[in-house]
Design a protein around this ligand. Structure first.
Ligand SMILES: [Zn+2]
Length: 77
């Protein structure tokens, strides 16, 4: 190893990316379609859905974030 490159993103104790955008919930016209895309690093399942139809979309929107985080990131909202 020669030289020293300052790699701020490897600094422990500091998140490399601000935890602002962790995913996006996309809802289609008039709530007939929805999907969730996760942007977290190392996510094993980047996409959920899509689901179609108003009842399914409503349920999906209500629970997808918590369910996804619990299932794939070990977090509870
Ligand atoms: Zn994820």
């Amino acid at each position: 190893m020669t030289g020293r490159t300052v790699q701020a993103r490897d600094t422990p104790g500091r998140a490399p990316i601000p935890q602002q955008v962790i995913g996006v919930l996309v809802i289609g016209t008039e709530n007939i379609r929805a999907r969730y895309e996760c942007y977290r690093h190392g996510c094993p399942k980047r996409r959920e859905g899509p689901v179609f139809g108003s009842p399914a979309v409503q349920a999906f929107v209500a629970e997808i974030k918590g369910r996804h985080l619990a299932a794939y990131h070990g977090e509870t909202p």
